[in-house]
Design a protein. Structure first.
Length: 103
């Protein structure tokens, strides 16, 4: 399991804005180490965000996303105190799920 994500969700004028900072190395598989050997690819492939069991974001990532990806998205609806759940899966099968209450 990866490191915890930092998630902030806020409601304004009926729209929930979600900010996510994912902690992940996001190796492309093209970079070399100090000995000149390729560092194996290791990156997030899918991000899923849900509110009340409904998917509000389904994103596919690739190897070109930078280290510790930051993602911001909005969806209509939401309620203060309700939770948004965010999950990711990487190309090695590692998974992480965290949640945050809407403020």
């Amino acid at each position: 399991m990866g490191n915890p994500m930092k998630i902030r969700a806020g409601l304004k004028d009926g729209v929930t804005e979600v900010k996510i900072l994912m902690q992940h190395e996001m190796e492309t598989g093209l970079r070399k180490d100090g000995e000149g050997k390729l560092i194996p690819a290791w990156f997030i492939t899918e991000v899923l965000a849900q509110y009340k069991g409904k998917t509000v974001l389904d994103a596919q990532f690739g190897q070109s996303i930078s280290k510790n990806p930051y993602l911001l998205f909005r969806f209509k609806g939401g309620a203060v105190g309700e939770k948004v759940t965010v999950s990711w899966v990487d190309n090695k099968g590692d998974k992480r799920t965290d949640e945050a209450a809407i403020a």
